[in-house]
Design a protein around this ligand. Structure first.
Ligand code: SAM
Length: 283
């Protein structure tokens, strides 16, 4: 097809022509907004031969917009039944390679090699967080992610300490990356319509983590203690987290933290001070 695969009429035509029944359990909601796919491609900072991976090609809507920039596109699609659709809708593009595999099971290390990659996706909602975290916490060579996700998840990523959305996900993403909102998208931008509003985020990997810590594992176990038990004051969260009771006052003192506060109010810097004080106690 030569047409823009994000045009409503084109998407409706493709759905009819190939008898597609969108699979809810695979998170299949197809975009019908040319301006939105263009905004995602633009945010991905692409250009001739820039390698970009896409997660969930669907009928090829975003894949086409990425390829139009001249980038080298590698797209993953779990649903093998879309192969007969994609081989038709994207037949004119030499710079698109589609891999029919679960992105969470694919051997990304080998596939990506050592080039500097971008990653763009209208993510399948049922596995937004697992995909996001597995890519961010990996050492794969991806420096920029442009992801569409439920607005509710995006709000958690962008949340400030002490707010209701602030949580382990906020810290997990912001420790290694910076995140900014690109745009919000209403349910009417998709066929079929999802229940919720979506948000596109631009997530860039930091050169060094947001806060320096002596041991990343200790930092993240404290974060887990702090948010696993939101109702508990932090002293008690540390106790149930397995830190010996007689260490706790000393760790808090050294980190200059009031143990009567709740973990959900701590900034990343405060978690980092606690983690280093705990580290010093162990070593
Ligand atoms: N990119 C298309 C668009 O924007 O219209 C489709 C996006 S749709 C929200 C998500 C796509 O991800 C679906 O085509 C679905 O089959 C695919 N998908 C779901 N789980 C996947 C997985 N584990 N690995 C790769 N693709 C997956």
């Amino acid at each position: 097809l030569e047409a823009n695969l994000a045009d409503r009429q084109v998407v409706q035509y493709v759905i009819r022509r190939f008898g597609i029944h969108a699979k809810h359990k695979l998170g299949q909601n197809f975009l019908i907004r040319p301006d939105v796919v263009a905004a995602i491609a633009e945010a991905a900072e692409l250009g001739e031969h820039v390698p970009v991976m896409e997660i969930g090609a669907g009928i090829g809507t975003l894949t086409q917009a990425l390829a139009e920039t001249g980038a080298d596109v590698t797209a993953f699609e779990l649903d093998k039944s879309l192969e007969r659709v994609l081989s038709h809708t994207l037949e004119h593009y030499k710079n698109i390679h589609i891999i029919y595999e679960d992105v969470l099971k694919a051997d990304l290390k080998t596939i990506l090699g050592d080039k500097d990659w971008r990653c763009a996706a209208n993510l399948p909602y049922y596995i937004t967080t697992p995909i996001l975290l597995s890519l961010i916490q990996s050492d794969l060579p991806i420096s920029l992610f442009v992801f569409m996700m439920q607005k509710e998840v995006a709000d958690r990523i962008l949340a400030k300490p002490g707010s209701k959305d602030y949580g382990a996900l906020t810290i997990a993403v912001n420790f290694d990356c910076t995140a900014e909102r690109v745009l919000d998208i209403p349910p009417s931008a998709f066929i079929p319509r999802p229940q919720v509003t979506s948000t596109v985020l631009k997530i860039r990997r930091r050169k060094t983590p947001a806060v320096e810590v002596k041991d990343r594992k200790l930092f993240f176990s404290l974060v887990k203690m702090g948010f696993g038990q939101r109702r508990k004051v932090f002293t008690n969260a540390m106790k149930s987290g397995g830190i010996p009771a007689d260490w706790i006052p000393e760790i808090l003192e050294k980190a200059d933290i009031d143990g009567k506060r709740r973990g959900e109010t701590f900034s990343m810097e405060e978690y980092a001070r606690l983690a280093d004080a705990w580290y010093d106690k162990i070593h």
